[in-house]
Design a protein around this ligand. Sequence first.
Ligand SMILES: NC(=O)C1=CN([C@@H]2O[C@H](COP(=O)(O)OP(=O)(O)OC[C@H]3O[C@@H](n4cnc5c(N)ncnc54)[C@H](O)[C@@H]3O)[C@@H](O)[C@H]2O)C=CC1
Length: 296
Amino acid sequence: MRIAVTGKSGQVVTSLIARGATHGYEVIALGRPELDLADPASVVRAMEAAVPDAVVSAAAYTAVDKAESESDLAHAVNGAGAGAVAEAARALGVPLVHVSTDYVFDGTLHRPYVETDPTGPTGAYGASKLAGERAVLATHGDSSAVLRVAWVYSPFGGNFVKTMLRLAGDRDEISVVADQLGNPTSALDIADGILKVAGNLVADSDPALRGVFHMTARGEASWADFAQAIFSTSAARGGPHAAVKRIATDDYPTPAQRPANSRLDCGLIAKTHGVALPEWHTSLETVVGRLLANAN
Ligand SMILES: NC(=O)C1=CN([C@@H]2O[C@H](COP(=O)(O)OP(=O)(O)OC[C@H]3O[C@@H](n4cnc5c(N)ncnc54)[C@H](O)[C@@H]3O)[C@@H](O)[C@H]2O)C=CC1
C-alpha cells in the first residue's frame, strides 16, 4: 500500500518514513517546493502524481508563538491547506488521516478532553488547526479520520526533549512551567497509530472509523514533570541533566496563551481502531537513548 504524506522533514513525517516499512507500507513524502500547503494547486498536482492508496496530512505551520503575528499564513497553511489536501484525497477517492492538535481546546476543563467536548482555541495556531479540522470534515468527512495528538517529541526536528538536553549542557537549573498538564507523546508512536488507522480506513468502510479521535501516549505530566523525567533518563545514561525549578505559567509569558489542561481521553480510538499508544515514560527512554547515542 502506498501512503502519500504531506511534509518532508517534520517530526511526524520523519517518523512515518522510519516506521512505514514495519507496517509493510511505502511512504511517499511530499513537501515544498512541489507540494506547498499555501498553494492549493500544487497540493492537487503532487497528490495526483503520487497515486496513493491513502493520504496522511501531517505537515503544518507549527510555530505556536509566531502564529500570533503570522495569523494569515497559519490559516492559509493549516486551514485552507488542510482543505486542499482533503479535496485532493476526495478527488483521488482515497481515505485521509489528518493530524490535529490538543490546542483546539481552551484548557479550562478539569478532566481529560473527549472528542465531543466544545473546542475553543486560545491562540492563532489552535484556531488555524481547528479551521483545518472543519475543512477536512466538510470536504471529505465520510472518508477521513482526524487524529488530535499533543506534546510531540522525537529524535527528529525541534522539540522540548532536545531543547531540555541542550540547555542542560550549560545550565545547572532550568525553570519549567508546572501548571500546564498534557500527554507527552513520541512521534514514533504517533506514526504507528497513524499507519494503523490508515490501514483500517482502506480495509473497512465502517463509519465508526471516521471522524475525530484523540491519540496520545498513556499517562499525563506537567512540562516540569516531563523535564524532570528527561533529566533522570538522561542522567541514568551519563547524559546531560539539570535541576528543574517549577514555575507558574504567569512567570513565563509567551505571545500565545497555552491551555492549562490539554490532557486527551483516548478511549474512543482504542475501542474503534484498536490503537493504544504506550505509556509516555517508556517511549521517552527510547527517544532519549537515541538522542544521546546520536550525540556521541
Ligand atoms: N509538535 C507538537 O507538539 C504538536 C504537533 N501537532 C501537529 O502534528 C503535526 C506534525 O507536527 P510536527 O511533526 O511536530 O511538526 P514539525 O514542525 O516538526 O514539521 C512540520 C512539517 O510541515 C512542513 N510544512 C510547513 N509549512 C508547509 C507548507 N506550507 N507546505 C508544505 N509543508 C509545510 C515543514 O516543512 C515540516 O516538514 C502537525 O499537524 C501539527 O500541527 C499537534 C500537537 C502537538
